[in-house]
Ligand binder design. Sequence first.
Ligand code: R5P
Length: 326
Amino acid sequence: MEHGAFGPGLDRVYSMKIVAGNSNPLLAESVSEQLGIPLAHGTIRRFSDMEVFVEIQENVRGEDVFVIQSTSYPVNDNLMELLVVIDALRRGSARRITAVMPYFGYARQDRKPAPRTPISAKLVANMITAAGADRVLTMDLHAGQIQGFFDIPVDNLYAAPIFARDVKHRLPGENNITVVSPDVGGVVRARAVAKRLDADLAIIDKRRERAGVSEVMNIIGDVEGRRCILIDDIVDSGGTLCNAAVALMKNGAQEVYAYITHGVLSGGAVSRIVDSPLKKLIVTNSIAATEAVKAAENIEQLSIAPLLAEAIQRISTETSVSSLFD
Ligand code: R5P
């Protein structure tokens, strides 16, 4: 091989490494399989007081390294693991470090809802950058502008194409679909899916007329006799989702499905969903499924591993990631 004008080494084709945190090992393995690159050897241990210790057991000098770690439950432990792994890689002279966070925890704290409250999403972005990440790859950020909290490049993938494909597969030839946003804030996300399905759009407008009076759910759009598909970025307690499903059924919907990117599903969410009128809740595996989620008859997971693998490949080869949204 001929060397460039600056001598040996600069023509080198850098290779890629995939490092997995403990938050979602199955997703990391699946991404590594898709890429045909084994996960890098390393250990993440805890001292007896739960301090995180990381040792990367193979050379990463000059490598393009992708660390796969959702900052899901237990959020603070998983975040700290990510930071410590990034630090270990930086000190191991990795050429570029990408924090692959399919679910970005703390994203909901993206503004001050009241005086003297934090903007923790910004704080977490600062921590990831300070640890040494060169870029971030994530999915369906709670608010797109969180990208601006980072002063490093952020690629924000969308689950909409995966959801639309699954709807077409699940309800073939169905033209009686209304895509529903469970709140006014989620309209853009729901519209993206409605457009791909060439379906109608409805919006649930939650209003509390006076303090102390219970919330009224007004549905803007036609849902009577329709197969409704709720779209959201996060299902946490399941309150938003189950209330929306009840309101749609009360307004004459034929059946209600939900496609939600991040299944946080904390507290009693799973049993709330099992007992709800939802025909099916489909979440992605951005967050690992708990045993309760696996056992729930009306909850399913869709894999984002092929999409993440493709995005990682494109970042590594410096090709367009946005064309993945088409
Ligand atoms: C709100 O803006 C989000 O998009 C979700 O609707 C919300 O986080 C869901 O939370 P929960 O399941 O606890 O109602």
